[in-house]
Design a protein around this ligand. Structure first.
Ligand SMILES: [Zn+2]
Ligand SMILES: [Zn+2]
Length: 251
């Protein structure tokens, strides 16, 4: 059974810090059968998919920071093949983040937590691929597909007398644990990817601007940057360097 609770961050819509925290107890009690759960003729409750409540959601901690859930006590390592499959899964045939769609440029999806190349090089902080809400939605989609298959398979096994009805719940919970152990690894890998790629462009441009003493080059960069959708935060960093150079010239 999935558990819920913590893995934190901060406000606003950009890619943020999501420190992993295990301070909140794991494993809530199983949810009661919901109105949409159905009893089968064989006498067991057909589990609701998606589960209610759903553990795969972005929540907020006591300080109002966004947190990613803990959904397994036995997470797979981030290098496990199942984890890789989850972070590399994408519902679109030709994935395109909202920023690239708006700019009309090609987009590339590598894996969850890593921004697409255009967003990365332009310093755009809110690429869909680094959005924890997008991650949760994608994990929910993968889980629901998997658990529906498992549920159907188990129901058929009971009907065919290959599985006692009394063992249905146990087997379904085993399938849930199997999925959530991979999902927890995917969440951790997402966080690591986010940490590793966050603000790379901003720091890079800031370092390059700081190393330049040529105001005309920086002015040309600003003009080009506005045309090519370089994020305003980077333009501000270059602008601040220009101001420093002009102040030094005038003093
Ligand atoms: Zn993109
Ligand atoms: Zn993007």
């Amino acid at each position: 059974m999935a558990s819920s609770s913590s893995t934190s961050s901060s406000e606003n819509s950009g890619p943020l810090l999501y420190p992993i925290s295990h301070s909140v107890p794991l494993v809530p009690p199983p949810p009661p059968p919901s109105a949409s759960s159905r009893s089968t003729p064989e006498g067991f409750i057909l589990p609701t998919i998606p589960p209610i409540p759903d553990p795969l959601v972005v929540i907020r901690d006591s300080r109002g920071h966004r947190v990613l859930p803990d959904v397994s006590l036995m997470p797979l390592p981030v290098t496990d093949g199942r984890v890789t499959k989850l972070v590399e899964s994408h519902p679109m045939v030709v994935p395109k983040c909202a920023n690239c769609a708006e700019m009309g440029v090609d987009c590339t999806f590598s894996e969850a937590g890593i921004p697409c190349p255009p967003c990365a090089v332009l310093g755009i902080p809110n690429c869909d691929w680094t959005d924890p809400f997008w991650l949760m939605e994608n994990l929910r989609r993968c889980r629901d597909l998997y658990l529906r298959d498992e549920r159907d398979e188990l129901v058929q096994s009971v009907k065919d007398n290959r599985l006692p009805a009394s063992l249905f719940d146990r087997e379904f919970e085993r399938a849930e644990r199997w999925f959530y152990s991979g999902a927890q690894g995917a969440i951790t890998r997402f966080l690591l990817n986010s940490y590793a790629t966050r603000d790379l462009a901003l720091h890079g441009y800031r370092a390059l601007a700081a190393s330049s003493t040529d105001a005309s080059t920086l002015l040309r960069f600003l003009a080009l940057g506005v045309e090519t959708h370089v994020h305003p935060v980077i333009l501000q960093a270059v602008g601040a360097r220009l101001q420093d150079l002009f102040s030094a010239m005038l003093s």
